[in-house]
Design a protein around this ligand. Structure first.
Ligand code: CU1
Length: 168
């Protein structure tokens, strides 16, 4: 009698185990189906901007627009014929809260440094000073969203050579 119970029980266990192996194989197919490529929308394309400063002490643009965190290459050209000493131009992007006029006055004393105050912490990016027929460029990362001021720091030029740098 005892032996019969054990045999019966063993048969039951074998039967149960045989049936129990099937569900374990199913989940293996699901992970492959849910794999999706990472989205590429988050990456920003670098942008190249151009701005010209001429013999008439003017930029050809008073507004430049970029996106936060974007790699910006700014090309400054001088389509005029006057020399750097007479009609030099640069492009200087100021940090937020820096007064344009105050900075321009400070820059006048920095002729030997291309009219950029030595060791200044008020500038995000700036180009070299150029004369007629020349070209220069800089690459920098766009700062946080907001509106920033840019100007030319050649003495007296900021009055007519300034504009807004808009970060969206
Ligand atoms: Cu200028």
């Amino acid at each position: 009698m005892k032996q019969f119970v054990i045999i019966l029980a063993s048969a039951f266990i074998l039967f149960s185990c045989g049936g129990g192996t099937e569900p374990a194989q199913e989940p293996a197919t699901t992970p492959a189906a849910t794999e999706t490529p990472a989205t590429e929308e988050a990456t920003l394309e670098p942008v190249t901007l151009t701005i010209a400063g001429d013999d008439h002490m003017k930029y050809d643009k008073d507004k430049l627009t970029v996106k936060e965190g974007q790699e910006v290459t700014l090309i400054l050209t001088h389509p005029g014929t006057m020399t750097k000493d007479a009609m030099g131009h640069n492009w200087v992007l100021l940090k937020k809260g820096v007064d344009i006029q105050e900075f321009a006055m400070e820059a006048i004393g920095a002729k030997d440094n291309g009219y950029i105050p030595v060791g200044t912490n008020k500038v995000i990016a700036h180009t070299d000073m150029i004369g007629g027929g020349e070209e220069t460029k800089i690459t920098f990362t766009a700062p946080k969203k907001g509106t920033y001021n840019f100007l030319c720091t050649f003495p007296g030029h900021f009055a007519t050579m300034q504009g807004k740098f808009i970060v969206e």
